[in-house]
Design a protein around this ligand. Structure first.
Ligand SMILES: C[S@@+](CC[C@H](N)C(=O)[O-])C[C@H]1O[C@@H](n2cnc3c(N)ncnc32)[C@H](O)[C@@H]1O
Length: 197
């Protein structure tokens, strides 16, 4: 069986790494929420060898993630744990960074709420949460391609859709996180970085 493949991951991994590399240089352990294919995990683990990278996702994605981990093994790369933001199986290990890409518009809003709450409870003081993906600001989605994307998501499933930055940032504030940066990224995405107080 071929490995699952995401062209978007191949395109965005370089620009994301460029921004995260200095931030992650001193970190020990990252939890990735919604690893998807596993492409980001193998890329980041290779370029950040001192960092332990814990993959996670819903169970049905584990076979594909493991295929990528088998193809690009790395001692700092851990096989996926089952992690559903609608469930209560948050991993027990310590993490000083949590990373998630292209998940907030896919999981239900209730799951986004749980994700921010868990992130706040898990991160130590000065830990970071990095969230990548498209965002809307004050109810406005730009440009047209993102509006089309949002419409196609909502058509596929009513629980999906591009999220409002201010609502996520409000959840983050309630979880004890302070926004450090909101980076504009290629293909009309954002890379949001919060720090736990
Ligand atoms: C568009 S994919 C993004 C995958 C990968 N991070 C990337 O950037 O290509 C969305 C991911 O969110 C995950 N996801 C959806 N609902 C979730 C939930 N309730 N809890 C955790 N992950 C969820 C999916 O399984 C999938 O891996």
């Amino acid at each position: 069986m071929d490995k699952p493949f995401s062209l978007a991951c191949e395109n965005n991994r370089g620009p994301i790494l460029e921004i995260l590399q200095p931030l992650l240089a001193d970190k020990l352990s990252v939890l990735e929420i919604g690893s998807g294919t596993g492409q980001h995990a193998v890329w980041f683990a290779k370029h950040l060898p001192k960092l332990r990278w814990q993959t996670s996702d819903l169970q049905h994605n584990h076979v594909g993630i493991n295929q990528w981990l088998d193809a690009y093994p790395s001692p700092n790369l851990l096989p996926p744990v089952e992690l559903d933001m609608l469930g209560d199986n948050w991993p027990k290990a310590d993490f000083d960074c949590i990373y998630s890409a292209n998940t907030a518009h896919i999981m239900p809003w209730e799951a986004v709420v749980n994700m921010l709450a868990h992130v706040g409870l898990t991160l130590p003081s000065n830990g970071h949460f990095c969230l990548y993906g498209p965002m809307q600001y004050q109810g406005v989605i730009e440009p047209q391609s993102n509006r089309n994307f949002d419409a196609s998501l909502r058509q596929q499933a009513s629980h999906m859709g591009i999220r409002e930055f201010h609502k996520i940032n409000q959840l983050a504030a309630e979880a004890g996180l302070v926004l450090l940066d909101d980076h504009a990224m290629p293909a009309n995405n954002r890379l949001l970085i919060w720090q736990k107080v």
